[in-house]
Design a protein around this ligand. Structure first.
Ligand SMILES: [Fe+2]
Length: 207
């Protein structure tokens, strides 16, 4: 019997046709961690840390998007500086989001990613679609930072207690420190100081 040609064999297994519209069950369920990893961190520790990091991720992604909303919608005499500042903070939050997402994965967990899941998970109140004035924009951003900073302090402490030094370092060095700095840059914009003429000299003139 003649042997099947290798061309015919290839035809049955390999094709130039892209296999589109594929689907299959997930390979790992959300809320679980890989059973055994060479990280010398017990499964219950990694479960708790990944759950907490997903909360931090959801809040950071929401704050990131709040910065882009503010960057686009800002108005008024400080438009240019705030337009740039909001975008700088947005970019810094993008980096934070990636660090948190990848830490969840390396701990054996599953990172949140999609907007629907972020909206259901975040603790940051939903802003209106409407445009708001600068002091309101900044107040919203500061409130969001406060939620994240409070969580960072608790999470860093807990990571320390559980022996997860990597999560502690990420939360303190990257997330907390960046958020603290951004709070400073924002909150200075809410200090009511004269722009051109010192208030005392105006009072002297009036007296
Ligand atoms: Fe832009």
């Amino acid at each position: 019997m003649p042997k099947k040609s290798s061309f015919n064999e290839r035809q049955s297994n390999i094709s130039a046709q892209p296999r589109i519209h594929q689907s299959a069950p997930p390979i790992q369920a959300y809320g679980t961690v890989s059973h055994a990893l060479p990280l010398v961190l017990e499964e219950p520790v990694r479960l708790e840390m990944t759950e907490q990091l997903n909360l931090l991720l959801a809040d950071s992604m929401t704050l990131r998007d709040l910065y882009k909303k503010s960057h686009w919608q800002v108005a008024g005499p400080t438009f240019y500086q705030l337009h740039l500042l909001f975008d700088k903070h947005f970019s810094e939050q993008v980096e934070i989001v990636d660090l948190i997402g990848e830490r969840i994965q390396l701990l054996g967990g599953v990172s949140l990613a999609m907007a629907h899941d972020i909206a259901e998970t975040t603790r940051i109140p939903r802003p209106p679609r409407d445009r708001e004035e600068v002091p309101v924009q900044i107040s919203r951003l500061l409130d969001a930072h406060q939620i994240i900073i409070g969580h960072c302090r608790e999470l860093a402490e807990r990571a320390n207690v559980l022996g997860d030094a990597g999560t502690n370092d990420l939360v303190v060095s990257d997330v907390l420190r960046t958020n603290e700095l951004q709070v400073w840059f924002l909150s200075e914009h809410l200090v009511k100081v004269p722009l051109a003429v010192a208030e005392d000299s105006e009072m002297r003139k009036a007296g």
